[in-house]
Write a protein that binds this ligand. Structure first.
Ligand SMILES: *[C@@H]1O[C@H](CO)[C@@H](O)[C@H](O)[C@H]1NC(C)=O
Ligand SMILES: *[C@@H]1O[C@H](CO)[C@@H](O)[C@H](O)[C@H]1NC(C)=O
Ligand SMILES: *[C@@H]1O[C@H](CO)[C@@H](O)[C@H](O)[C@H]1NC(C)=O
Ligand SMILES: [Ca+2]
Length: 213
């Protein structure tokens, strides 16, 4: 009986906190017109008739909206990062163009995750890192963008086994919240493109880069 009660209290707490990310796309400005709620990534909005129609959005979490299907490297990637449910109109140049959408990390701000992306602006393949990895294997020398969720810094190395030059990326606290977030282009980190070969959780480099909103 005790266990049963605890289980109910726990699931209620999760529901109230609403820790999972969500985003709603609207075909009109100011959240009007047709709408589509997403709780998971969608690599091709065309398959559900919502390609190239989004003008405004509302959501919670950290989301990337792409001009092209398959999270590929188009004209833009639109970033929505908010620790509270918030709405906005997309800039004129991004309206009626969104074709794929995915969240950053695990879809939970409180998980300490480093997300590596294959292309600039969070495009292409992704690789989620949750602990030290002395060899990125399939993701060796491909990273062009990195994102951080959770209150942990991460150190990136040019070479495997934590060797070669390195940089530490530090997420920032989002004002008036307990949420931490970071998003960096590899160029801004002083790394050449496609060079990251190992990563460690924590800050082990003299070269420290803080995320600024
Ligand atoms: C989206 O998440 C926010 C914040 O947790 C929550 O208030 C809102 O009800 C959620 N919306 C949907 C449609 O799940
Ligand atoms: C997306 O990727 C899949 C798998 O590689 C491919 O079959 C599909 O044609 C791609 N879709 C578009 C619209 O490029
Ligand atoms: C974030 O991490 C730093 C460094 O470990 C720690 O000092 C700080 O208390 C943490 N903040 C929160 C809100 O957990
Ligand atoms: Ca498009």
């Amino acid at each position: 009986m005790m266990m049963f009660t605890l289980a109910i209290v726990f699931s209620l707490a999760l529901a109230v906190n609403g820790v999972g990310f969500n985003i709603t796309l609207y075909s009109g400005l100011d959240q009007t017109g047709a709408s589509l709620l997403l709780l998971e990534p969608n690599h091709d909005l065309g398959t559900i008739g919502f390609e190239d129609v989004t003008k405004s959005i509302c959501g919670y979490g950290a989301w990337l909206l792409y001009e092209d299907p398959n999270y590929s490297d188009g004209q833009f990637t639109h970033l929505l990062v908010t620790p509270f449910y918030a709405c906005e109109n997309l800039p004129d140049t991004r309206q009626d163009k969104v074709s794929s959408v995915r969240f950053i990390g695990t879809g939970n701000f409180y998980n300490e995750v480093l997300t590596l992306y294959e292309h600039p602006e969070g495009a292409g393949g992704e690789y989620l890192v949750v602990r030290d990895e002395d060899n990125l294997f399939n993701f060796n020398d491909v990273t062009s963008t990195v994102a951080v969720t959770g209150n942990s810094s991460w150190t990136l190395y040019h070479d495997q086994y934590y060797e070669g030059s390195s940089v530490c990326v530090v997420p920032s606290n989002i004002e008036n919240s307990d949420v931490f977030f970071g998003y960096f282009s590899i160029d801004d980190l002083g790394f050449q493109n496609d060079q990251v070969s190992s990563v460690r959780k924590g800050c082990f480099s003299a070269d420290i880069k803080y995320f600024e909103f």
